[in-house]
Design a protein around this ligand. Structure first.
Ligand SMILES: [Fe+2]
Length: 320
């Protein structure tokens, strides 16, 4: 190649820029931006649920923080998980939770967490839950709360109620509410949290839900795993697809997904069908998929799935 052509390629293409020619940028002056880094990492979505309240209020909804702490004395399984899962979730989960709760204290009235606050059970993770929530936590557990040691667990995780029984006593020490079903009325709105971490609900949960309906109050259902909707599934496939290129196609609707059990299990199927025509249901708050998606569930309720708090995501919901 002639030198002139070579130089033309280096200097004339306009594609690559030598880093040595980048301009020097001035460093931040902390006196100009004293709050830099405090909240700017938070990414909040905003939604409004119209109920017709006399007294509006707001809630910060977060989910899927996936704390991955372990004390040095906690044994080799916990140390292995601490190393690998902290890498998976980026290592900033506690900062994300702290930023979110600090924001909530200042700008909203209540906080709801819809599960996978911890990635697996450890003394260090439980201590973080107590540190940040005390006994004021309201919300739902996720599938990860029920996992002693993820893939290293013995016995292996099974998606049945009996598997949860192995952890109920341990979790009850940390999460001071009925893990399966609990409710709290705030300004006339009945927040009901249920455990649906393996996609199904139990006859007992359904019975208790019907008892709550008798109170005649508007209901916000809080749970970890969303109810299947076509557009949630499309968004989920685009986010989670491991196949190169599939993210950029319109995701097909796959009724053979892990959500299929919601239609195969008669108790869950009937509960979902009933909820779709229950006028007191005003909204559903959930997580698990690590993406923020809003999709209509019923004539009176939108399902709000929020992205992972480990990514500094959350959503502020105003109830009016
Ligand atoms: Fe989950």
């Amino acid at each position: 190649m002639k030198r002139r052509d070579f130089m033309k390629r280096v200097l004339g293409s306009g594609v690559l820029m030598a880093t040595s020619s980048l301009p020097a940028l001035a460093e931040d002056d902390p006196s100009v931006f004293p709050k830099r880094g405090r909240y700017e990492r938070l990414s909040l979505n905003y939604a409004t649920i119209h109920i017709g309240l006399k007294e509006p209020f707001s809630v910060l909804h977060i989910s899927d923080t996936h704390l991955t702490a372990a004390y040095p004395h906690e044994g080799s399984k916990k140390q292995t998980l601490h190393k690998s899962r902290t890498v998976t979730f980026g290592g900033r989960q506690e900062e994300a939770l702290r930023d979110s709760l600090d924001w909530a204290r200042k700008y909203v009235d209540y906080v709801v967490h819809t599960g996978d606050l911890i990635d697996w059970q450890s003394e260090a993770n439980f201590d973080l839950v107590r540190k940040y929530f005390g006994n004021q936590i309201f919300g739902a557990l996720g599938n990860h709360e029920y996992s002693p040691d993820m893939w290293l667990s013995d016995p292996k995780e099974q998606h049945v109620e009996a598997y949860k029984d192995l952890s109920r006593d341990t979790l009850a020490q940390v999460y001071p509410f009925d893990l399966s079903f609990h409710s709290q009325v705030i300004h006339g709105v009945n927040f009901i949290a249920i455990d649906d971490v393996y996609c199904t609900v139990t006859p007992e949960q359904v019975k208790r839900f019907h008892e709550e309906v008798k109170r005649g109050l508007p209901i916000i259902l809080c749970m970890h795993v969303p109810f299947y909707t076509d557009d949630l599934w499309r968004a989920s496939r685009r986010f989670w697809s491991s196949k190169e290129g599939e993210r950029f196609r319109s995701a097909r609707v796959d009724h053979n997904s892990s959500y299929k059990i919601q239609q195969e299990d008669p108790v869950t199927r009937d509960f979902i069908n009933y909820l779709k025509q229950e006028p007191l249901l005003k909204g559903i708050l959930c997580g698990h998929e690590h993406i923020t998606v809003q999709d209509r569930f019923s004539p009176t309720a939108i399902q709000y799935s929020v992205a992972g708090n480990f990514q500094f995501h959350g959503q502020e919901i105003l109830f009016v």
